[in-house]
Design a protein around this ligand. Structure first.
Ligand SMILES: [Zn+2]
Length: 529
């Protein structure tokens, strides 16, 4: 019995790097390759050694790595018809990469041979056959990418078929049908694949689809249905123009919907981590709506939906999020119902059992605040404080009497900010002042300084991120600003929100919520009145 129904071939490190804004150093590539190997990916296309020194360096470093599951492949083109293979620079670079497998691409669209390469159709066929044969003679496993196969098939199917047969005569181990321009409808791809399968068995065929019509994953899965066994793609679908087939989506569907063995079952639960890991290295924010692994993939907002999933998650979830290492989220917003609040309270560890009917009151409060520009989806810290106050579990730890903020900027000197603050804690008044690199920083410093003798735990927390958004003012009213603050202590991070027409005041609200959240985590000494 063969172990795998489908072979996963990753080209994140080659085709992926051709995506807009994607750039990996050789070290980045090695980190990603190790990760893919750990997860059991069968092939990793490491790069194009003939085209750049970075990829040559990657292959050099990769020689010292013992990949447990993966075969590394180096990528390049077929040789020019009039150049003997021994003198073809690209070929020599492929061999010097010292990978067990090599992948070469050749033209399957007659237009590309005649109009782009400027060679005859016969020369193109000979070049494909000779290139494959030469690399086979060097002991390599050879994967042949039939570039533009589907466009070629559309305009001159007889010739496209001849290119595939030339690769086979040369001894290619795998022939991969490429939708290089990504413009082929899935149904047209299926018709072409069925034709190829009359001459070549599926276990020698692969699919490489681009996403220009949003169909790359669909075409890839349809190709597997036809009997093709190797699928090409990239993590997160990174790649030229609209990208490649997203292997995360493809693997999710193959494993969980189509019952195909393609990765070790235990790897599935790491798909979410893999997707975010590669986003991090690419320094591209993870797409929250990414199927299976996005932050929003199992996020529920509508009250009706939330009510239903608390009874049975199947009602609005196509799979259990944990199967792919993702998690269910319930968002709280002006669409919220009571169920969202109950769900969030449970998540925060707040018991609402003794407070019958309180959810309705909280929903009313949230709707009112959202009307003013608040948004609690992204501000769990503020929401938690709001719920705890509503049930009386947490009281205001201090009262603001007043604050002053002064900003100073003189010719050719850096700006400076100072804040003075007066607060009341219980019966005690406290006045402090502090400096900062900006008004919010100065205010934060002054407030902590004032609070520290009452609540020493504020010293454990610090601000990590500060986001400001201008909210459109409706006619006749001033525009508002929404400030989101991310804070952390040794255990966790939390986000709080403030809204006002004044940016300092909005920041102040978010700052106060942040400190209150920290204080509400532990039963702080009761000082509120
Ligand atoms: Zn491609």
């Amino acid at each position: 019995m063969k172990t795998w129904d489908v072979i996963i071939y990753d080209t994140t490190l080659r085709d992926g790097t051709q995506g807009d804004q994607i750039s990996f150093s050789a070290e980045d590539k090695l980190r990603i390759a190790r990760r893919l190997d750990e997860m059991g990916f069968h092939y990793i296309e490491g790069g194009w050694p003939g085209s750049n020194p970075r990829d040559r360096r990657f292959f050099k470093m990769a020689r010292d790595v013992n990949f447990a599951n993966t075969r590394l492949t180096a990528f390049g083109s077929t040789k020019k018809p009039d150049v003997p293979p021994d003198e073809c620079r690209d070929f020599q670079a492929l061999l010097e990469a010292e990978t067990p497998a090599v992948t070469i691409f050749g033209k399957s669209w007659d237009l590309h041979a005649t109009d782009i390469l400027g060679i005859s159709l016969e020369d193109n066929l000979r070049s494909i056959e000779d290139s494959v044969r030469y690399l086979k003679s060097k002991g390599k496993e050879v994967i042949f990418d039939a570039e533009h196969f589907f466009d070629g098939f559309k305009y001159n199917s007889a010739y496209a078929m001849q290119t595939v047969e030339a690769a086979r005569r040369g001894g290619a181990d795998m022939i991969v049908l490429c939708d290089t321009n990504g413009g082929t409808l899935t149904r047209d791809a299926v018709a072409a694949i069925e034709k190829v399968m009359t001459v070549l068995p599926g276990d020698h065929l692969g699919i490489h689809a681009h996403n220009d019509c949003g169909l790359a994953a669909a075409t890839t899965l349809a190709a597997v249905d036809c009997g093709i066994t190797m699928v090409h793609g990239t993590v997160n679908g990174y790649g030229e123009r609209c990208g490649n087939a997203d292997l995360i989506t493809v693997i999710g569907n193959l494993s969980l919907k189509m019952g195909k063995r393609c990765l070790p079952p235990e790897s599935l639960a790491h798909l979410t981590n893999l997707s975010r890991y590669v986003s991090d290295i690419a320094n591209i924010p993870p797409l929250s709506s990414r199927p299976f692994v996005g932050r929003s993939a199992f996020a529920h907002k509508g009250g009706v939906h939330v009510n239903a999933i608390t009874k049975n998650p199947v009602a609005y979830e196509h799979i259990d999020p944990e199967l792919v290492g993702n998690q269910r989220r319930v968002l709280v917003s002006d669409l919220s119902g009571k169920s969202n609040i109950a769900f969030k309270a449970k998540e925060f560890g707040i018991n609402l059992d003794d407070h019958r009917g309180i959810e309705r009151k909280i929903v009313r409060e949230i709707k009112k605040m959202e009307n003013e520009g608040y948004q609690f989806d992204a501000a769990d810290g503020s929401l938690s404080v709001l719920i705890k106050k509503a049930i009386g579990e947490f009281k205001e730890p201090f009262t603001l009497e007043l604050f002053h903020v002064i900003d100073e900027k003189a010719h050719e000197t850096a700006s400076r900010s100072q804040a003075m603050i007066k607060i009341t804690v219980g019966d005690e008044h406290e006045i402090t002042a502090a400096e900062g690199n900006g008004p919010v920083n100065a205010l934060d410093n002054a407030l902590r300084k004032a609070l520290i003798k009452f609540y020493p735990q504020v010293e454990e927390m610090h601000l990590v991120d500060f986001k400001v958004r201008i909210l459109e003012g409706s006619e006749g009213t001033a525009a508002k600003v929404r400030v989101l603050l991310e804070s952390r202590d040794n255990d966790e991070a939390w986000t709080t929100i403030g809204v006002s027409t004044n940016i300092i005041e909005a920041s102040w609200y978010a700052l106060v919520d942040s400190i209150q959240y920290k204080l509400s985590k532990e039963k702080a000494p009761e000082r509120g009145k």
